[in-house]
Unconditional design. Structure first.
Lengths: 455, 314, 286
């Protein structure tokens, strides 16, 4: 009987070697022919993969409608990809597509943070050849775009282009004007380019008002600000001069600058400004976020405060120190590296970058900020329509100060997600029960652990 | 038989015939169990060996495939990841060690309550069993909501009694406790098994004990427990295996690791290494370590299982 | 007071105490259910109120209509049903075939096979997960429901086979022998003699399988990529964690949760007897 079992074991062993020859796919070709002359009446079907959010679907449909004005016979199918880690699902589909081509969409929605991983895994096409060809042909002029936003679509934020930015997402301070007035905030301070101290003073006034009116509002914390979100902590760190890594890649986090930045963040918590109350439900007077003004406007105008209909407004992110920075990031699109229809996919991407495309996107219900410099003025462009009473200039104020979360590009992209989380954890530690020194120490430990891992 | 041998004479022919007969006799059995054999080979044997093979590679399915010998094991046992792996295993063990016996004992107490002879007891049994029927995801989401620091019901109850709110899942000290606390609502699963065990014990034994004047406690230790050992044993084994692989912390932590990784358990770690970081080789090594640990534990439980009573038929 | 009267008072006190304790127990154990149910009837605003309220201020049944008509819940339910029904049919079938092989036929490697099968109970799912994923990619199964369906054709789990084998062993061998003499082959005997006698354990298996597949989260999490293929479990999870279609409003998620929990509950009420007996056999004999 032992013989039989041994025999079976050997068979299974051999079978498993045979069944699972591990392999990785060949790299997709980097040198490919670019064809920019596409017949406007071409009949073709392409697929675009997007996240499963209502807002995203509306925006995509608007873009497709506009695109079909140019290419009437191109059918663009929308493939909604579930929320369980969008990237994870993309890679999952990629694994399936390698064996069974046709599963992956031709165009992939992504953003400046997630895109890095997709580039690292050879899933996105290097579209630099298209960029070069289109510039040569004159259909694309890079001077029309914010340079630092265009860079967010590049490998390591500086190199070949893989993703085209769709809009310029820039963190602003959105506020409930009615609550501000009820609290007696000095409105002369609340203007674009206000300082961090002005911001704190405003919060102080609001706090006093919230404490007094806790029973009607429900909470006594006026601020909704997601401190562990990278677009929040990163500009505060950078404005204070804090660095995560030295140029040689060693950890530079443990510094006086980091302490100063963390103190600023911690103060928002210890003074009782930050709470769980939601801005959209009237339990906070301020929201620090990059979401389109139309979302906040709709939410706030549906509320009443002290019997008055609430009013909504926006102001720029407060300036910190000599070298103020503001968090930013971009959503955008890339082309699947193994797509058979990349030429027509490129036409779609180029349409998104065009004035018509940017207008179409705005027409989709969310007034996202155009990524084109020449469309910055909300007074004359579509994204400002119906928003005359809102200080939309905050969304384009001092855009040269915008800074993405880019400290991690020194390391392999497979570290990025964990590195960003580690910094987020540091902020979390600092606003929970730890001292700033402990928070930094813990974070340095996590960073060491991450970069010590084989890539 | 003997006649055949005489008629046919040749020894070879005899063997062939019996072999044929042997095959024919076994044919039905072979056919009936064929799906199982195929299933075991395709869905268990091949994957388990492949998993072992993967564990010696750096493999991500998309760009990397490289033989690295024992590096994966070195990394997780004493290399860069050893501290985290120890933490993950430690938390998982702690959880298993607390929940398995606790559930067993509590489910016994509940079963005793539901074994009383009062009218309408069946309705109570059904009501108490219902929580077990909520699908895992839903249950985890409901609990997340109930344990929410601000909008949850438990803090509202605490505050109603003048106690200070607890951070539940949002602090590392209480996150594990919250998981265990939540696990208590699963006692009704064990309760049903206890009830069945009670019913299996011949009432004559209790009657005899009554005549001897034995009290409740003595009856419990001398009759109920000894006669339920096979059930206890079964639950112990499956409970340990199950709780070492618990994955619901993933949902409870909203797809994360919980505050300061306090909800980072081994199954979640393997899942994340494999399907979020795509370190398929490293995840396989982790899985094999877990496999070996579980195998050692179960064989230990089996070795020490002399106390188990399997009933008369054995 | 006579002895009988005393006894009666003790009896009443006992009953009162018992009912109080049992009711309290039931309420405590039912609390998650009630919490979910009441939240599903609130407006979104009510779920976000501080201080928290337990009972809804009005019964907003329209939440259910909203959930079922918005997003893709109907697709999720359809997918969950397809997977669950497929398994519900094939797991009892393949399990009973295999169990019959073990219980009623001659097989020279029966003991070894049985031992190997039982050993797989110890095999942690996560160990074989990764190779299976790679294998399913090779089979072109990723992103489809097949990984959640096809394995059911090859034996429905060691514990199930064990259970059914135990049950079949209890069926008197005389019935089999009589049919054998009449010339019925093993398959006919399985179909017409053994299987009908196993109906109760088959029902237990079927219902249990359905409940299990209906709630399966891990498999769906790993293998399903396309929104259109999502099951209810993964759909609800996505809504709640990532906001998804309508921003993950608590009341809508709870309504979806109630819908999802209702199915196993109804099955339980329908097949209570079989289930409780089956669970008991599984737990004790196992």
């Amino acid at each position: 009987m032992k013989k039989i079992i041994c025999f079976l074991f050997v068979i299974v062993f051999v079978l498993s070697f045979a069944a699972g020859c591990m392999r990785v796919p060949e790299k997709p070709e980097e040198d490919y022919e670019v064809d920019l002359d596409i017949d406007k009446n071409i009949t073709e079907t392409i697929t675009i993969g997007i996240t499963n959010f209502e807002a995203e679907e509306i925006a995509t449909e608007a873009l497709i409608e506009g695109f079909n004005d140019v290419f009437p016979n191109v059918t663009v199918n929308v493939k909604k990809i579930g929320g369980v880690g969008f990237n994870q699902q993309i890679i999952n589909m990629y694994n399936a597509d390698l064996k069974n081509p046709g599963i992956m969409p031709d165009i992939i929605y992504t953003n400046s943070a997630d895109g890095l991983q997709l580039i690292g895994k050879d899933i996105l096409l290097n579209i630099q050849p298209y960029f070069d060809a289109a510039q040569e042909k004159g259909t694309l002029n890079l001077d029309d775009y914010y340079e630092n936003y265009m860079k967010l679509g590049q490998k390591g934020y500086d190199g070949d282009q893989y993703i085209i930015p769709r809009s310029a997402d820039h963190v602003v301070v959105q506020y409930n004007k009615t609550m501000f007035e009820a609290a007696g905030v000095d409105m002369s301070k609340v203007k674009n380019g206000w300082s961090w101290q002005d911001f704190l003073d405003t919060l102080d006034t609001l706090k006093a008002h919230f404490v007094q009116n806790k029973d009607t509002i429900g909470v006594d914390t006026p601020l909704e600000m997601h401190l562990t979100w990278e677009a929040t902590w990163n500009p505060i760190l950078v404005s204070n001069g804090a660095k995560v890594f030295n140029d040689d890649g060693s950890i530079a986090l443990d510094s006086a600058e980091t302490r100063k930045a963390l103190q600023m963040i911690q103060e928002l918590d210890t003074k009782g400004y930050i709470g769980s109350g939601g801005f959209g439900s009237g339990q906070a007077a301020i929201l620090v976020h990059s979401q389109a003004a139309s979302i906040g406007k709709a939410q706030i105008e549906a509320l009443t405060y002290n019997g008055k209909k609430c009013e909504y407004d926006v102001v720029s992110f407060p300036e910190i120190g000599e070298n103020p920075k503001v968090g930013c990031g971009v959503p955008g699109y890339g082309i699947y590296a193994r797509s058979q229809k990349r030429d027509i996919a490129w036409q779609f991407l180029q349409y998104v970058l065009s004035k018509e495309g940017q207008d179409a996107l705005t027409g989709g219900g969310y007034n996202s900020v155009p990524v084109r410099k020449d469309m910055a003025d909300p007074k004359t462009n579509k994204w400002g329509e119906g928003m005359d009473d809102v200080n939309l200039e905050a969304y384009t104020y001092n855009m040269q100060n915008d800074i993405p979360t880019d400290f991690h590009v020194k390391y392999d992209v497979s570290y990025s997600y964990d590195l960003i989380s580690a910094l987020g954890n540091m902020v979390y530690y600092a606003i929970s029960d730890y001292t700033i020194d402990e928070a930094i120490e813990k974070c340095v430990g996590e960073l060491k652990y991450i970069i010590g891992r084989p890539a | 038989m003997r006649r055949k041998l005489q008629v046919n004479g040749s020894v070879v022919e005899y063997n062939r015939r019996t072999f044929k007969k042997f095959l024919l006799d076994n044919l039905a059995g072979m056919l009936f169990t064929l799906p199982l054999v195929l299933g075991l080979i395709i869905f268990s044997a091949i994957p388990i060996i492949q998993s072992l093979i993967y564990s010696f590679y750096r493999y991500d399915m998309t760009t990397t495939l490289e033989f690295i010998g024992f590096d994966n094991y070195a990394n997780l046992l004493w290399g860069y990841d050893s501290a985290e792996v120890r933490g993950v295993f430690g938390r998982t063990f702690l959880y298993a060690i607390i929940t398995v016996p606790l559930t067993l004992v509590l489910s016994y107490l509940v079963a005793v309550l539901l074994h009383q002879n009062v009218k309408g007891i069946k309705t109570f049994r059904v009501l108490c069993y219902l929580p077990c029927l909520i699908p895992g995801v839903v249950s985890a989401l409901v609990w997340r909501s109930m344990l929410d620091q601000d909008y949850g019901i438990f803090n509202a109850i605490l505050q109603a009694f003048g106690l200070s709110p607890i951070k539940w899942l949002e602090a590392k000290e209480t996150a594990m406790f919250s998981m265990i606390f939540m696990g208590l609502w699963g006692v009704s699963g064990g309760m049903i098994l206890w009830l069945a065990a009670f019913n299996n014990i011949p009432s004559t034994l209790y009657e005899a004990a009554d005549i001897d004047g034995a009290g409740r406690v003595r009856k419990f230790f001398n009759i109920t427990i000894p006669l339920s050992t096979s059930m206890i044993f079964y639950n112990l084994v499956t409970g340990v295996i199950g709780s070492l692989q618990v994955f619901s912390t993933f949902i409870m932590a909203g797809g994360g690791d919980g505050p300061e990784k306090s909800l980072y358990f081994i199954a979640v770690k393997i899942y994340k290494e494999a399907f979020q970081r795509w370190n398929m080789g490293y995840a396989s090594a982790l899985a094999w370590v877990l496999f070996v640990v579980i195998a050692i534990l179960t064989s230990m439980v089996f070795k020490t299982s002399k106390w188990v009573y399997y009933g008369e038929e054995g | 007071m006579t002895k009988a009267e005393k006894q009666k008072i003790v009896d009443i006190v006992y009953h009162v105490v018992m009912y109080v304790v049992l009711t309290a127990l039931a309420i405590v154990l039912m609390m998650p259910y009630l919490f979910m149910f009441f939240r599903s009837l609130m407006t979104w605003r009510e779920t976000e109120l501080v201080p928290v309220i337990f009972f809804p201020r009005g019964f907003h049944w329209e939440n259910y209509a909203t959930v079922l008509s918005s997003g893709n819940y109907l697709t999720y339910i359809k997918n969950s049903l397809i997977i669950a029904l497929f398994n519900t049919f094939f797991i009892p079938l393949s399990t009973s075939l295999i169990a019959y092989g073990f219980a009623k036929t001659e097989l020279f490697y029966k003991k070894q096979l049985f031992a190997i099968m039982l050993a797989t109970v110890m095999l942690p799912g996560v160990v074989i997960q990764i190779p299976l994923y790679v294998m399913y990619a090779d089979f072109h199964w990723l992103g489809t429901k097949l990984p959640l369906m096809i394995p059911s054709l090859f034996g429905g789990g060691a514990i199930n086979v064990f259970l059914v084998r135990q049950f079949m062993r209890g069926i008197p061998i005389e019935l089999e022998n009589a049919a054998k003499i009449d010339g019925a082959n093993a398959f006919v005997r399985y179909c017409y003699i053994t299987l009908p006698l196993c109906s109760s354990i088959m029902i237990f298996l079927a219902v249990n399988t359905f409940i299990g597949c209906w709630g399966d989260f891990y498999g769906a999490l790993v293998y399903l990529t396309d929104e259109k293929e999502y099951t209810l479990a993964i759909g609800i999870y996505n809504q709640s964690i990532y906001g998804g279609y309508d921003g993950g409003k608590t009341n809508h998620i709870m309504a979806a949760g109630v819908v999802m929990s209702l199915v196993p509950m109804l099955l339980f009420f329908g097949f209570q007897k079989h289930l409780i007996r089956g669970i008991a056999i599984g737990g004790i004999k196992g």
